[in-house]
Design a protein around this ligand. Structure first.
Ligand code: R2B
Ligand code: URA
Length: 307
């Protein structure tokens, strides 16, 4: 862990009880009794939708002998559940929304682990989501090796008038390799590659079907070709920030697993049926749970198992 990048000035007082931390958007505080049950957290799983989080928690509970599911009381911003060592939380859509969820989850993990950096570094983080693929049929699962912004540069934030703060957006290779190894026998294709994370679904993804359109077939194709040539396999809206923040604290195990719901070389609109979309979305969950089973359920693990 990179202790110099952790906000000890605020967080150490939360651990020693001098300061209560209010995880406002998650709807709990560091003195909330429900957090006592979360101290054994081994993994934090994020997904865009709250419904997905509820399904994931139910599934992980079932795989763990119907372990108790702790429900966070507030659900109007994010939905969070904890069961059998895994904290599941939704993050909404886009980097601004997801950054709020992630910062509160990072603060919470610091508190839950009592500021013990070695214990924190044991925690696995993962976003599971959807994406637009480049050159792969819908339903392909992409495990990200690196995430970049729409200009193929890493995630950065504005620092007022002083310029920008840049982040390292690589994903740890050991982790994405282990996820792929745990998914050798699936009925869907799993690949690794770079991901572009945009701040906009239409304009920044060069769609021609937005209410606002700044592009033509030619400029869109040129952008997609440029991404393809640079090893980008899919496009979504959170990965660069997530990798950037987790690298900033120095976590060593984190990943992003996204199914593709469209091949952007074929079009902009989602033409897959609801049943197909459901299967795609289930498959990224299967890929996650195959890894969680292999890494957390020790002797009982059966990598490659399907749900
Ligand atoms: C993928 O899908 C969402 C947009 O439809 C967005 O949250 C993302 O990253
Ligand atoms: N999510 C995105 O951000 N883009 C897509 O094309 C599909 C899902």
């Amino acid at each position: 862990m990179k202790t110099e990048n952790i906000n000890h000035a605020f967080l150490d007082d939360v651990v020693n009880g001098a300061q209560e931390d209010i995880y406002y958007h998650l709807g709990v505080t560091s003195s909330d009794p429900i957090l006592v049950q979360l101290r054994g957290v081994k993994a934090v799983i994020m997904a865009g939708s709250g419904e997905r989080i509820k399904e994931f928690a139910k599934h992980w509970s079932q795989l763990n002998g119907d372990a108790e599911i702790v429900e966070f009381p507030k659900e109007d911003r994010f939905v969070s559940r904890y069961t059998a060592g895994v904290l599941f939380s939704s993050h909404g859509m886009g980097m601004p929304s997801a950054s709020i969820a992630l910062q509160e989850l990072m603060r919470m993990v610091f508190f839950l682990k009592g500021g013990d950096l070695a214990a924190m570094d044991e925690v696995f983080w993962c976003r599971v989501g959807t994406s637009g693929g480049i050159g792969y049929p819908p339903g392909t699962v992409v495990v990200s090796s690196e995430a970049l912004m729409a200009d193929l540069k890493p995630f950065r934030l504005l620092k007022g008038g002083e310029g920008e703060h840049w982040f390292d957006c690589t994903f740890p290779a050991d982790t994405f390799d282990a996820i792929i190894a745990a998914n050798q026998r699936t009925d869907f294709t799993v690949v690794s590659g770079k991901t572009v994370a945009t701040n906009e679904f239409f304009i920044e993804q060069f769609r021609l079907d937005g209410a606002l359109c700044l592009d033509t077939d030619e400029t869109k194709q040129a952008w997609l070709d440029w991404l393809d040539t640079n090893g980008v396999r899919n496009i979504e809206m959170e990965g660069a920030m997530i990798a950037g923040y987790l690298n900033w604290w120095g976590f060593s195990k984190f990943a992003m697993i996204c199914c593709t719901v469209i091949n952007r070389l074929d079009g902009d609109q989602m033409t897959s049926s609801p049943a197909e979309l459901h299967k795609f979305s289930q498959d990224s969950g299967v890929a996650l749970f195959n890894y969680l089973k292999a890494s957390l359920l020790d002797g009982q693990s059966r990598p490659g198992d399907q749900r």
